[in-house]
Design a protein. Sequence first.
Lengths: 114, 157, 88
Amino acid sequence: MIKEIFTSIFLLLGGFFMLLAGFGILRFPDVYTRMHAGTKSGTLGVSGALIALSLYFGDTEVTVRAMLPIIFTLITAPVAAHCISRSAFKSGVELSKNSVINEFEQDKKISTEE
Amino acid sequence: MNSNLFLANILLSLIWAFISGTLSLASILLGFVIGYVILFIIYGKEADYFRKVIHIFIFTFRFIWLLFLSNIEVAVEVLRIRPKSAPGIIAYPLHSTNPLEITLFANFISLTPGTLSVDISVDNKVLYIHALFANNPEKLKKDIEKQIEKPLNTIFN
Amino acid sequence: MISSSIVIFTIMVVLGIIFALIRLAIGPTLADRVVALDLITTQIVGIIAVYSIAISNSTYLIDAITITILSFLGTVTFAYYLGLGGKP
């Protein structure tokens, strides 16, 4: 019984964050803010679903196999976000209009002048 | 010294798991804790391996908590009818020169509240961070230093 | 209890996939589309997890691992292409 409750809690939490990631990716104004939603909420959502799975089976082998995608996602999601945002900036994608500060652009101008 | 102690600890945990007869995750973890205590009794405070393990443990839990907090922050921002985010890119001066530490730092930055690493300067001294709330860059930099860089630094030296 | 939460989870994730698909269709730049695709693969891993719970069989977990690695490779390749100055 208590196993079912915890499984359901983790499932609902994961599903909520997945929905949120989709909604955020639709709603935020530019690539960089969209990446905030995609990376963080996506990672937590998939972790919630896989933790629910390992709780449901309660088996060492399944737990280890469920931990592997979580660890891979935790390692690869920031790297992927870093790659995309960096190359997006290089290819000239601009920040949204309500951005307040851009120290990257300033530094880049200085370094190209040299 | 450190890696030797780590290997000894792993070996002790495996021996514990074999002796207790069940090769499950729980028995290996319990063996790790018992081996840690035994090695601590033998070597005491000479080696800083013990301090490091505890720091890594604390940092892991703090990281999970920060990941959860960051999702709540993004959730509130997404569901707000009139978004009040003020995104921007700030330049964060790095204090460390260790490549592994910088890599880990950039990854943790990407997963903690409101920040995302964009690029690193050519001389590996400045990390460019995209923040959701960049109203007050100085305060943001101080927060990042206190929450992530200081704990990570204690692990690495 | 688990069956109802499985249904709710599936509805939420499918809604999330629909949102990401809309972004994939209208995204103004290539980077937007790559972010949306990355999110869709993450959500598919979630769907696989909940399907494994629904049929009480953990065989498909291997697919989840494979999809995670492949999606990372695809994202990095797209980012490399963008960095070389590729046009959408």
